[in-house]
Design a binder for this molecule. Structure first.
Ligand SMILES: [Zn+2]
Length: 312
């Protein structure tokens, strides 16, 4: 049996968001879909390997965030024999994407939403399989397993592929943008709204490492093989984020003010950490990081606000 995987650049920006084509014998799977706008790229990757949409058995999404799963409905429409595999909490929202669309439209506005994500097609319930923690699925004689990993999102799982010694980590194992790997490794965490939980995030990083895979395939972006180093860096960002969360939760600041001060701390910490690694961040680098800095600050402030409400 031939077993292989290929990285597909979904090209929202170059080398920013990946999907993976996994081939096992006569069968294929996609891991991550990005948005409907990326579906032609996914289908082209299939064709480039001499495979047909009919060969796709599984479409797997690590979680329901739109840059991972918004294209799933459109892709399923093109792949008549495929079943969508998702975390039970994600599956619900993909079958009925009303909530996903509403919350993203609130953040971006309708016009920007359409530009970023295209349409989000609902998914027929009978074409979705929700996978519990530890569940497995077969691909061309290989057995892959999923492991629930909260911390970034409550609806997140990672996919372990022992045949290829690979773990597909979604957003659990941070962000490693190729443009920022100039000499030394530089990884950061993603703490975007609304589920950031530091203790769970650390457990999930440990889970990735405990699988013993040789390669981690990150959605943002591509394969890394120095898992211990990436894990240590992402964990350090989770720890820092937790400290900012605690500080914000015990401050008297409004949500808006908290977000602003966390963003300032985050920018300073990124500049420090990068320079410690010999990485001089230029204007283009800050532009590349702008969305993550914005979302990370929002996510930490959101969780701080939630914590404050719980302890009030
Ligand atoms: Zn995410």
């Amino acid at each position: 049996m031939t077993h292989a995987r290929y990285t597909i650049d979904c090209d929202v920006l170059p080398a920013f968001t990946a999907a993976y084509l996994r081939v096992g014998g006569d069968e294929c799977a996609f891991i991550e879909t990005h948005t409907a706008l990326a579906v032609p790229k996914l289908l082209a990757a299939l064709e480039a390997r001499g495979r047909r949409p009919e060969d796709v058995r599984w479409i797997v999404v690590t979680h329901a965030h739109l840059d991972h799963a918004a294209g799933a409905g459109t892709l399923l429409g093109k792949c008549p024999n495929a079943t969508l595999l998702a975390h039970p909490r994600a599956a619900r929202h993909l079958v009925d994407p009303t909530k996903l669309v509403a919350s993203a439209t609130k953040v971006y506005g309708a016009a920007r939403f359409a530009e970023l994500y295209g349409a989000i097609d609902p998914i027929p319930e009978e074409r979705v399989r929700a996978l519990d923690d530890g569940a497995t699925f077969e691909l061309g004689g290989a057995t892959l397993s999923v492991h629930h990993t909260a911390g970034h999102a409550k609806h997140h799982f990672i996919v372990f592929d022992p045949t290829l010694q690979t773990v597909y980590t979604g957003d659990t194992f941070g962000l490693v943008y190729p443009a920022l790997q100039r000499g030394a490794r530089f990884a950061i965490a993603t703490t975007s709204p609304t589920d950031f939980d530091a203790a769970e995030a650390r457990k999930s990083i440990d889970k990735v490492l405990s699988l013993g895979a040789k390669a981690a395939c990150l959605t943002h972006f591509d394969e890394v093989r120095d898992l211990d180093e990436v894990g240590a860096q992402v964990r350090a960002w989770v720890d820092r984020s937790e400290a900012w969360l605690e500080r914000a939760a015990s401050s008297g600041e409004t949500l808006e003010a908290m977000t602003k001060s966390i963003e300032t701390s985050l920018r300073e910490a990124i500049a420090d950490d990068a320079s410690r690694r010999g990485l001089a961040l230029g204007e283009a680098d800050w532009k590349l990081l702008a969305t993550d800095i914005d979302l990370n600050a929002q996510g930490i402030a959101f969780s701080a606000n939630k914590k404050r409400a719980l302890t009030a």
